[in-house]
Design a binder for this molecule. Structure first.
Ligand SMILES: Cc1cc2nc3c(=O)[nH]c(=O)nc-3n(C[C@H](O)[C@H](O)[C@H](O)COP(=O)(O)O)c2cc1C
Length: 380
């Protein structure tokens, strides 16, 4: 028999009422989206990734991303960085000036622009450098009692796995948890997430492990935790166009029945709420523009025709959005064929992961100086 499901999540001094984390997603998990998801249920809702150098240098674009909703009581931010000193300073700024209650560090980004410079998912290959970055972040956040976590992948590719060492280093440096996306950088988003790797990491470390990858329904999250022993789950693409997944997740971990599926009318109301929150935070013009990328996720599998989708994809005001949503059939049932189906980016594996010259020759990298990029926003 499997162990009882965790009822919440403890990250250092931070207690989350359900063991569910919204995965940081660049361009998606802004203040409006986090609020929308939080309205559905408890969880830890992580901000889009920001760069430590951008924060330290006061870059305006970085500061614009560091915005919180007025109801967001637990401010959680993901930092990207390759330089221990910048990361430490950025962590200090987040705690001292932005009232952040949780800092996650990104060591999973597979984007070539990032890995080429030794950042994101390829950085944990340099065990010594990883330790230095984590030490600086933990030391900066400790006086504020703010937990630091790291999020990573299995490794660069199947021949260069790093996750078990990363878990050990996270534990030794005082991280409150480690989140593992069960794919290598080489896989990007292709194939299936390896939940056995999550289980292996749970066996390997004493700190909480958060499992990530391919949770499309609340039942998947329960299955992952039961199978791996993870302390909680990190949910990314599954909630695109489906913020109510957080309601279902909270219910599932509370041992309750998952609620009924929304009709198209209920989905339209959710779309309206999402657009409204984006407009509140960004102004109507930018808010509507940002909303457009979510339309196809919300309507996935519904009968809404091409013309309607095109018009929604060009929406430029809340009034126009209301007119279009009113044309949808509110009684159309949820397309059950979509349940459990992947959504969001999938793509194909990378033939070769681009890393700095000679990167693989040395697996320590202590004191190694990598150029920090202030404007990196491509995420993970
Ligand atoms: C659009 C998009 C943006 C992402 N941005 C980030 C990011 O900024 N930081 C990060 O650690 N991971 C990022 N990810 C990866 C997710 O956090 C997550 O690890 C990945 O999608 C696997 O989880 P899933 O199967 O639940 O989607 C991003 C993923 C997507 C689809």
């Amino acid at each position: 028999m499997s162990a009882p499901l965790p009822s919440g999540l403890t990250l250092g001094s931070l207690r989350v009422d359900t063991p569910v984390v919204l995965a940081p997603m660049a361009g998606i998990t802004n203040a409006a989206y986090r609020r929308l998801c939080a309205e559905q249920g408890a969880g830890l809702y992580v901000c889009e990734m920001i760069t430590s150098r951008g924060l330290v240098e006061g870059d305006q674009h970085t500061l614009d991303m560091l915005v919180f909703d007025e109801l967001e009581t637990t401010r959680s931010v993901q930092l990207y960085g390759t330089d221990p000193v910048y990361v430490g300073k950025a962590a200090e700024i987040l705690c001292a000036e932005h009232g952040v209650a949780h800092i996650d560090l990104n060591f999973g980004c597979p984007v070539p622009k990032v890995t080429r410079k030794g950042g994101g998912g390829v950085l944990p290959w340099k065990r010594g450098l990883l330790a230095e970055i984590l030490e600086h972040a933990v030391a900066a956040a400790a006086p504020y009692d703010v937990p630091v976590t790291m999020k990573t992948r299995k490794g660069i590719d199947d021949d260069h796995l790093t996750y078990l060492d990363a878990g050990r280093i996270a534990q030794e440096t005082g991280c409150a948890a480690i989140a593992l996306h069960g794919r290598t950088v080489a896989q990007a988003y292709s194939g299936a997430a390896d939940w056995d790797a999550i289980a292996a990491l749970v066996d390997h470390v004493d700190i909480p492990v958060l499992g990530n990858g391919d949770i499309w329904e609340a039942a998947d999250a329960v299955r992952m935790v039961e199978r791996t022993g993870a302390a909680g789950v990190v949910v990314g693409r599954g909630c695109l166009g489906r913020p109510w997944l957080f309601r279902d997740l909270a219910a599932a971990f509370a041992g309750e029945q998952v609620a009924v599926l929304p009709t198209l009318g209920e989905v339209a109301a959710m779309m309206r709420r999402h657009a409204e929150l984006l407009c509140q935070h960004l102004g109507e013009e930018r808010g509507c523009k940002e909303f457009r990328k979510h339309v196809s996720w919300y309507l996935k599998g519904f009968a809404a025709g091409g013309e309607m989708r095109r018009s929604l994809g060009l929406v430029d005001s809340l009034a126009a959005l209301d007119r279009l949503l009113a044309e949808l059939d509110p009684d159309e049932p949820f397309p059950v064929a979509e349940l459990g189906a992947p959504r969001g980016r999938q793509g194909s594996p990378r033939g070769r992961v681009v890393v700095p010259e000679g990167w693989l020759d040395d697996a320590d990298g202590s004191g190694c100086h990598l150029r920090e990029d202030a404007g990196e926003t491509t995420g993970g």
